[in-house]
Design a protein around this ligand. Structure first.
Ligand code: ATP
Length: 606
């Protein structure tokens, strides 16, 4: 077992992790710094801050009560006591601007709060889980978006009365779809990232995956959207007030515009102040949104994000079940496994048909077969992560004697990342680009084992040393884009080892790597397997890898195991025609192609 992890580490708590899962120390502060370095960003943030502070402190800053009027001073111009002059009722315009801002910005805040509260969680849920909720929510959102906002607001005013706060609540509901669609779209994309799949396989709960991997991706666009929607809410509210739709009882910038407009011939200046307040606030919001977008894009570019090739994530166990029928190996035993997918017409399509596989402690079993033969479906079944619509429709899977078919998700999760670990192909896609290597190793350990940050950091370095990464103290501080593919695969193996597993499921762990690195990774796997007595189920189509590494082989074709046996048996004396075809496809012994010659030379030779 691990020389780096304490032997008393509780099994259920060892849901450590493929490096892929953790997260945490994102580059906090980076966006804010970039925002402030951008002159427009800094200026717009400063203007907004000034406006908000002035409006919040209105009771202290306003020279007089916003409702106090002196008809004698109606339309008086700016003076020392009244820097913005007086309105048609002889009220101090500055005081009304400050107090009016509280109502205008407060109303926008309510609309924004409601839009966020409705749109973001529902978008997260719909994007992450899909299914019926997604369909129903998308339908409702399309319906709301098809309604003309101004007409709905006017109708609401007629029904609910001229209360601007109520109108802002309605506006919040109308704005919620923009957040829903934004968040749903992003989450639906991120959900398919390999590092999210890997996080699931490692045993992290959905809540934790959403909190660590999804929210961080959604955060930036939502912040930008907040700035835009706030501007729209302020504009719409002012527009309603300007049209005289508001209550008129409290000062707002829109109502002040309305009143000034009615007297524009007599005194044009009072139009300027509420117009200026609205223009400055909205302008600052738009510029801020743009600067935020630039800041976030800058950051994304920095932490270059690898992208997925969906449906390749999975580990697959295999094992040539050459043990006598009915006798089951101790570590992983699959018997009569069938996997089916529900079809739109209500029928089931079976894609795996009665697979038997065994993996014993301390042996490496290769699962080979061409693309589409069912290797991934078999592996997903063992890990309990079949995609939506798929289910184990028959058979039995035991891990250390425990039946896992029908196991509750929580129990399955405890098994994954603990007894069973997974090494995926495409190492880069399985690391979250937003977090350092150390963070991705540490966070799951902290979560699963309840250990301190310091202890987790120590273990992360030990794990990197275990997988022979030079200078691990430096590597823990690097981001995925700063390391090579081979090193990323070592990091993933380190993450898999952090749970001190007994069964390792490796899905084409070397396919994405160049030949030299492939050999190094295979050597590493072999060493770990020997040192720790691991059982390994290796999914591969590379018969060279099988010959080099595996004790036994299971050959899969069209959802069935067609041949199993020791590596020597299967490679040197294949019994099944399909196995022979696979071996024939390896052209090692085929005559080498003749070197190219110029056409004339060929004709001369001929
Ligand atoms: N979501 C799905 N719905 C219906 N059928 C599916 C689904 N996913 C996979 N299948 C079917 O299951 C079969 C086996 O797929 P699987 O991914 O296990 O193959 P594989 O051997 O792992 O191939 P590869 O090496 O390309 O990953 C496929 O041929 C496909 O027809």
């Amino acid at each position: 077992m691990s020389e780096n992890l304490p032997a008393d580490t509780p099994t259920a708590a060892r849901a450590l992790v493929p490096a892929a899962f953790g997260t945490s120390t994102a580059r906090r502060g980076g966006v804010v710094r970039r925002l402030l370095r951008n002159p427009l960003g800094a200026l717009s943030a400063a203007v907004l801050l000034l406006i908000v502070v002035a409006v919040v402190l209105a009771p202290l800053l306003a020279p007089q009560d916003p409702g106090a009027s002196s008809l004698r001073d109606a339309f008086a111009g700016p003076s020392g006591a009244h820097p913005m002059g007086m309105d048609s009722a002889g009220r101090d315009i500055l005081s009304r601007i400050l107090h009016g801002g509280r109502n205008t910005l407060g109303g926008a805040l309510i609309a924004l709060g409601i839009a966020l509260a409705l749109g973001v969680p529902s978008g997260l849920y719909a994007g992450y889980y899909g299914g019926r909720f997604d369909s129903a929510a998308t339908w409702a959102v399309n319906l709301v978006m098809s309604l003309p906002a101004m007409v709905v607001l006017l109708a609401s005013r007629a029904i609910l009365g001229p209360n601007v706060w109520v109108l802002m609540i309605v506006l919040g509901v109308l704005a919620a779809p923009s957040f829903f669609r934004l968040v749903r779209g992003i989450v639906a994309g991120v959900r398919k990232e390999l590092y999210v799949d890997a996080a699931k396989v490692s045993g992290l709960s959905d809540t934790r995956i959403v909190a660590r991997h999804i929210l961080i991706v959604v955060r930036g666009p939502v912040i930008i959207q907040v700035a835009l929607v706030a501007g729209i809410a302020i504009g719409l509210q002012a527009g309603l007030e300007f049209l005289g739709v508001g209550s008129g009882s409290a000062p707002t910038w829109g109502a002040m515009l309305n009143e000034a407009f009615q007297n524009i011939q007599r005194a044009p200046l009072p139009m300027l102040w509420p117009g200026l307040a609205l223009g400055l606030t909205n302008g600052a919001l738009v510029l801020l949104a743009g600067a935020l977008r630039d800041g976030l894009e800058d950051r994304t570019g920095h932490a270059a994000k690898p992208h997925r090739a969906r449906d390749r994530a999975a580990a697959v166990p295999s094992a040539a079940a050459d043990s006598p029928a009915g006798q089951r190996a101790g570590l992983l035993s699959v018997r009569g496994l069938t996997v089916a997918y529900a079809q739109p017409d209500g029928s089931d399509k079976e894609v795996v048909h009665g697979v038997d596989i065994d993996v014993r402690a301390g042996e490496i079993v290769g699962l080979v077969g061409e693309s589409g033969s069912g290797k991934t479906q078999t592996a997903f079944s063992v890990l309990g992560i079949l995609p939506e619509g798929g289910r184990v429709s028959g058979g039995s899977i035991t891990i250390k004697g425990q039946e896992v078919v029908g196991l509750p998700e929580r129990a399955h999760r405890a098994l994954r990342g603990g007894t069973v670990a997974y090494v995926p192909q495409e190492p880069m896609s399985n690391l979250d680009p937003s977090f350092t290597i150390g963070s991705q190793l540490m966070e799951p350990m902290r979560h699963a084992l309840g250990i301190s940050r310091k202890e987790a950091a120590r273990r992360a370095v030990d794990l990197l040393r275990l997988v022979e990464i030079p200078d691990p103290e430096r590597v823990v501080g690097l981001y995925p884009h700063e390391i090579s593919g081979g090193m990323a695969q070592r990091v993933l193996i380190a993450g898999a080892m952090s749970g001190d597993p007994e069964l390792l499921i490796a899905d084409e762990p070397t396919t994405a790597l160049d030949v030299r690195v492939q050999a190094e990774i295979l050597e590493l796997l072999r060493r770990l397997q020997k040192d720790r007595g691991l059982g390994v189920l290796l999914v591969t189509h590379n018969l060279g890898v099988v010959a080099d590494l595996c004790d036994r082989v299971a050959v899969m074709n069209s959802g069935r195991i067609v041949e199993t046996g020791t590596t020597e048996q299967v490679l040197h004396a294949p019994q099944d025609p399909y196995t022979r075809t696979l071996l024939d496809a390896v052209l090692d012994e085929a005559p080498a192609r003749a070197p190219w010659e110029p056409r004339e030379a060929r004709s001369t030779t001929a």
